[in-house]
Every structure is written in structure tokens, then in C-alpha cells.
Design a protein around this ligand. Structure first.
Ligand SMILES: *Cc1c(COP(=O)(O)O)cnc(C)c1O
Length: 388
């Protein structure tokens, strides 16, 4: 076997269903009159930014959202020409490559604005910027007290031809309560900020505030553009309602060792788990370095041959053990760690609950040893893994 074949032989793979991404994008588009920005930061929440972006743009998205200029440039290098907004920057970073690649830049302070304008002036281009106002999240965004000064400065730089204020935007505090009073007060602050920008002479054509859950459940946050992230990947963002999103990632592996042990047998580090009867134990070649949360060990379950089995003992860096009881199993049998849930296999949301974390951390945590495979059709069942 060649070296190349060996290094690409996967212990485990994440199968990404781009048809699900397309379905989810179209579902968001159907919930709004606004344009849809597909948020593909953090390598498309671990699914592959370029592949997700391509599927989303073909299914109703008109914009892409990323965190850094580097992420935006990766998309441009991948041949993607759609509008992209990048929203987290050091004020003194070199924006030249992003400006030449026609990446829109978010601005949260005068320091950022001046630096971007300086870069644009040097290159003799006009930077498209989206001014971000902090309506309560207290992360990125200008404080309301700084806003008036920021919009005046932006107006002057716009008149000088160095920037064009294409958007005004903000981000919601709660990912789970789209109809709450907090959202109402953020909308009010946001509208005030937009009015101040207009009073200063700016004409932003894109106001945007909504994340996934607000796109589905809070229409008054939509304005001209919505920014769904987690929902594109099929995680239902609303705590009580399901909207028909389809899980895009299935994490699969093969059992690499199967052994029979007697009752009373301690399993994995510290022997936290002890077999209650004669049992078949199976070894799964995935661990916390691959994104399986250590904290999920006591509660985690996996799907083997159409049934759920418990994780036995601690999840290690590279592997964990499953207690199969008396169920038959052979080395090489397939295990599904999580998938869309349609067949009964565990979902990303369940793994997040078992680990006391958010689903976002589960999907973005799937590590580099796990090879990504893309399928375009939904004909593949969670229980099957092609031996290609
Ligand atoms: C991540 C992110 C989103 C997407 O939020 P979801 O809750 O994943 O839909 C939208 N806007 C900003 C600024 C973000 O950082």
C-alpha cells in the first residue's frame, strides 16, 4: 500500500450531507423576505466552509458570514465570488488582501474604521463596511455612547471615498428566547442606532440582527438580511419548537477491537465503569482529540447495528469503549456516534446535552484526524458506510 493510501485511510469519518445543508438554507429563505447570509465561520461549523458555502449559495443564500479575514480569503481562494462579511479584526491588522478580494468588513470602533480607511486609501479602493452597534451582548460592537461619533466619522470617510457604509448591524443576546423582552429592547436600541446613522447622512442598505432562532421565530428582527449559522447544519435552535431542519453531519467509525469480558470488570481509565454481567466490549477509535467530549462519558450512547449502546467508562484522547452486552459484533462493524436522528441514532443535540455543552461545540470540535466526506444525496442511511 502506498504512503498516500495509508495516510488517507480513515479510522473515522464525518459524512457531510450537502443536500441537508441545501434543504436547511431553503427553509431559512422560506421563513423570511430578507436576504440570507449563510454563516460559515470556524470552517463551516466544522463541516467544511467552502463546501457548505457552495451548497448554501445554490439554495437561497446570497451572502456568507465569517469571523476573520483569513476565513474570507480561504473562500475566495476556493473560487467563491459571493459577497462575504468578516466581523472580527484587530484594529491594526493589514486589511489589504481582504479589500482587494472585495470582502466586506465589520467595524466596531473608530480605531478599526480609521485603519480600514487608511488601507483602502493606499490601495485606491473603497472599503465596504458594516458598522456594528452593541445593543446589549457586550462583546463586539460600538457602545451606544460611541455610536454618534463613529457614524459621523464614517460619513466623512464615505464622502472622501475611502469607505462605503453598506450595513448597520448587531447581534442578539439570547440564542434561545427570540420573543423575549430582551430582544424587544435590542430591537429598540438597534432602530435608534440606525436612525442616528441616517441622521448623520449615511444610507446603509442592509440592516441585520437575526441569528438562526430569530430567523425562524422573530420576524421583526429580519430587516434586510438574516444570519443563520447553527440551523444550516441541522441543529434545531429553538428550545421548544422543531422547524424541520435536517442534521448535516454523521460521525461514523468502525469497531477496531471486540472482546468478551466477565461481570465485575472495570473498563477504561480509573475503572469508572464496571460490567454488571458477562459482556462484549467494543473499541471505537475516536476520542476527545477528535471532538468527543470527555464530559459525556457517563451518559453518552452510540448506534451499532440499529441499536443504542452505552459508552463504557472514560472517553480517552483517541478511543472509547462501548458495552454491547450480549449483542453480536465483529471487528470492522460500523458505529454511528451521531447523525440526523432519523433512524434513532444519537444526534449532535443529545451529545451536547450529555456533555453539558452547546451543539455548536460538538460540531466545531470534530478534529482534523476525522476525514470529511461529502454526499449530495439523501439516499445513504446512517447505518451504512461505503467501503470506498
Ligand atoms: C455565529 C454567529 C451567527 C450565527 O448564529 P447562530 O445562532 O449559529 O445561528 C450570526 N451572527 C454572528 C455575529 C455570529 O457570530
Amino acid at each position: 500500500m502506498s504512503i498516500e493510501a495509508t495516510i488517507t485511510t480513515p479510522h473515522a469519518r464525518a459524512v457531510i450531507d450537502l443536500q441537508a445543508v441545501a434543504h436547511n438554507t431553503a427553509l431559512f429563505a422560506a421563513h423570511t423576505k430578507a436576504a440570507v447570509m449563510a454563516v460559515v465561520k470556524a470552517d463551516g461549523f466544522g463541516h467544511g466552509a467552502r463546501q457548505v458555502a457552495t451548497a448554501a449559495l445554490a439554495s437561497g443564500a446570497g451572502w456568507l458570514g465569517v469571523t476573520t479575514c483569513a476565513e474570507a480569503l480561504h473562500l475566495r481562494l476556493g473560487g467563491i465570488t459571493a459577497p462575504i462579511l468578516s466581523w472580527m479584526h484587530h484594529p491594526e491588522e493589514d486589511f489589504s488582501a481582504a479589500l482587494l478580494a472585495e470582502v466586506d468588513l465589520s467595524v466596531s470602533s473608530s480605531a478599526h474604521l480609521r485603519s480600514i480607511a487608511r488601507n483602502a486609501a493606499t490601495l485606491r479602493v473603497t472599503a465596504n463596511v458594516h458598522l456594528k452597534v452593541d445593543t446589549g451582548l457586550r462583546r463586539n460592537g460600538a457602545r451606544p455612547a460611541e455610536w454618534q461619533e463613529l457614524v459621523r466619522e464614517a460619513r466623512d470617510l464615505e464622502r472622501a471615498g475611502h469607505v462605503r457604509v453598506r450595513g448597520v448591524w448587531s447581534h442578539l443576546i439570547s440564542g434561545t428566547d427570540p420573543a423575549g423582552g430582551q430582544v424587544r429592547s435590542q430591537i429598540a436600541l438597534f432602530d435608534e442606532a440606525v436612525d442616528l446613522a441616517r441622521d448623520a447622512g449615511l444610507r446603509p442598505e442592509l440592516r441585520h440582527l437575526a441569528n438562526s432562532v430569530a430567523t425562524l421565530a422573530a420576524p421583526d428582527t429580519h430587516y434586510e438580511l438574516v444570519r443563520p449559522g447553527i440551523g444550516l447544519y441541522g441543529v434545531e435552535p429553538h428550545p421548544e419548537r422543531a422547524f424541520g431542519l435536517r442534521g448535516a453531519m454523521t460521525l461514523r467509525a468502525r469497531l477496531i477491537l471486540v472482546k468478551r469480558v466477565p461481570a465485575g470488570c472495570g473498563v477504561s481509565y480509573e475503572h469508572d465503569y464496571v460490567t454488571s454481567r458477562d459482556s462484549t466490549l467494543a473499541l471505537v477509535p475516536l476520542g476527545y482529540a477528535d471532538g468527543l467530549p470527555w464530559a459525556a462519558a457517563r451518559r453518552g450512547e452510540v448506534w451499532i447495528a440499529g441499536r443504542r449502546f452505552p459508552v463504557a467508562g472514560q472517553i480517552a484522547m483517541d478511543q472509547f469503549v462501548v458495552d454491547l452486552g450480549d449483542a453480536p459484533a465483529r471487528m470492522g462493524d460500523e458505529v454511528v456516534v451521531f447523525g440526523p436522528g432519523a433512524e434513532g441514532e444519537p444526534t449532535v443535540t443529545e451529545w451536547a446535552r450529555w456533555a453539558r455543552t452547546v451543539p455548536h461545540e460538538i460540531v466545531t470540535g470534530v478534529g482534523p484526524r476525522v476525514s470529511r466526506h461529502y454526499v449530495h444525496a439523501t439516499t445513504q442511511q446512517p447505518g451504512e458506510l461505503s467501503r470506498a
